[in-house]
Design a protein around this ligand. Structure first.
Ligand code: HEM
Length: 212
């Protein structure tokens, strides 16, 4: 029942990637936000609340896949599961509003798609648990958590996207560095979403094959 080391590494990497992004928002100072703040009274407080609950979802999501907790402490697994589902719903519904403040259309659409699949996969996972269909519950929760992890993978792929931008432009940066970074940040959510979708479905197929 020893948890795979790779799971802990992914946990540490995810915290290491997300915490520095979160810190400026936890000061509650809109001037320190990394994204453009058009409304200090609506967008900023909703964004901060989104970030806090998304972080709870990230941590509780990791803990849900720890076999020791799931098997030896089923009550704790249920509490953490509730915390995960509630956090995803609060954070996801707030993201639905925050999306309206995202300036670029490609980026806004990516966040919109991400929010929808985040809410739907989590809802399906929750419903299957309520119905006692635990095999389906597990599959949908793997999907849901794969979507939660898009926040991490979309940030990790940024250096690779910068490199591909440079290579695809024949080793030049035509519009300058600023335009390169802007273009990359407009597509990184799509890339993270596609990447995690492929990885998660591959893991699920392997699991299904293993029980055949
Ligand atoms: C997976 C579903 C998620 C969706 C749909 C989502 C949606 C959003 C949206 C729409 C924004 C505003 C972006 C902008 O104005 O340019 C945002 C920002 C942010 N989100 Fe999420 N988010 C998700 C997951 C997470 C997770 C799991 C975390 C981890 C704690 C997180 C942390 C943040 C942070 C730190 C920002 C500020 C942006 C920055 O400074 O780069 N989000 N999110």
């Amino acid at each position: 029942m020893k948890q795979k080391r790779s799971w802990w590494i992914l946990f540490i990497v995810s915290l290491g990637v997300m915490i520095p992004f979160m810190l400026p928002y936890l000061t509650l100072d809109p001037a320190r936000a990394r994204v453009a703040i058009a409304s200090k009274n609506i967008q900023f407080p909703l964004l901060v609340t989104h970030i806090i609950f998304a972080f709870i979802a990230l941590v509780t999501g990791f803990l849900q896949f720890i076999e020791r907790i799931r098997i030896q402490y089923p009550k704790l697994h249920r509490y953490l599961g509730r915390a995960y589902v509630i956090s995803v719903f609060i954070s996801g519904l707030l993201a639905l509003v925050v999306v309206f403040y995202v300036e670029n259309f490609t980026k806004a659409l990516a966040f919109l798609a991400l929010t929808m699949v985040w809410l739907v996969t989590c809802w399906k996972g929750y419903r299957y648990a309520m119905k006692g269909q635990f095999k389906e519950h597990r599959i949908w929760m793997i999907r849901s958590f794969g979507i939660t992890l898009v926040a991490v993978s979309a940030r990790i792929v940024v250096p690779l996207l910068l490199l591909s931008y440079f290579l695809l432009n024949g080793l030049t940066i035509p519009g300058g560095r600023e335009q390169m970074v802007e273009e990359v940040l407009n597509v990184n959510i799509w890339v993270g979403l596609l990447l995690n979708f492929i990885i998660v479905e591959w893991i699920i197929l392997k699991k299904v094959d293993a029980v055949k």
